[in-house]
Design a protein around this ligand. Sequence first.
Ligand code: ACO
Length: 335
Amino acid sequence: MAERFSRIVGLGSYVPDRVVTNHDLGEWMDTSDEWIVERTGIHERRWVDEGARIGSSDLGVEAARRALDDAGLDVGDVDMIIFATLSPDHQFPGTGVFLQQKLGLGPRPVLDIRQQCTGFVYGLATADAYIRTGMAERVLLVGAEVHSTGLDRSTRGRDVTVLFGDGAGAAVVAATDDPARRLLSAHLYADGRFAKDLWLDGMCAARRPPLSVEDLEQGRLYPRMNGRKVFKHAVTRMPEVAREALAAHGCGVEDIDLLVCHQANLRINELVQQALGIPPEKVHNNIQRYGNTTAASIPLCLDEARREGKLHPGDLVLLVAFGAGFTWGAVLLRF
Ligand code: ACO
């Protein structure tokens, strides 16, 4: 019997229409376009409309429909959903079931992944494992975020708030026996010693009440980050895991057709690119226009890269991510 693999057969993405520029942020907090562009490369991001009650599942469903169209599949062809998000619609149940309901998909396994900026890479690895073991045929993998409703818009939160945008990306991952177009391998890591270097302390089930007036006053309902530590670890771990993925298949950097890194900070990605020695024409970044969309950033980039003619069937593609946890990982695939 032919060996069973998985491959991406459809891609889709969606961002809200509302553009929030660095100048717009300057109306709420003490920041500037110059500071944000110089430190992060971000010029603008998309945020959902104020008071619109739009959640990650709402953005995700649009990306999912586009990915299914791209794959030439109907919703009913999906036999499993994996939903990656840092910004769930609700504490529980997981956001995947809200997406399932909005797609009108009947009973299926639905799995939520909470690996933040590494969520899409963990999701691809999980989809691949389910498919290769015969537990699924066609997995709908969605990464979606509505960050804007959960950010501190005062100067206190400016280091974090200027980074994040809302958006969604999706991939349909399906079984294949074609070794020339498949996911080659995934390399996943986490190190919980750094869990509190990028985290949200509020709404914590480990104490009663989970959210107090003091929590609100101290801003514990907003994410907190040790930016320098995140930066330092990201520029070390991402090249390291990228090299590991290439070495596992006897590939060199020169074999890569497209590198897509999680979009946390353009400076991080430029340093990763330099460390690996990959020329800019083989890299796709779009953080300049979307900010950090966490679990959505890699599929947003992949979808855009393909539309811009930078991603072709059979290309060797390296995906690399780093985020809260700390978590990090890479996927090498033949598109
Ligand atoms: N506007 C203006 N000034 C600011 C802002 C802002 N938005 N944010 C911070 N500052 C100020 C600080 O208060 C500080 O002022 P001080 O010198 O008077 O104390 C000064 O700028 C320098 O602050 P640093 O934090 O040292 O700035 P740094 O050069 O490290 O850049 C940044 C900050 C951009 C956040 C950087 O550390 C970074 O990108 N880190 C990685 C972020 C990241 O990748 N996060 C991943 C999150 S994704 C996920 O997994 C969920």
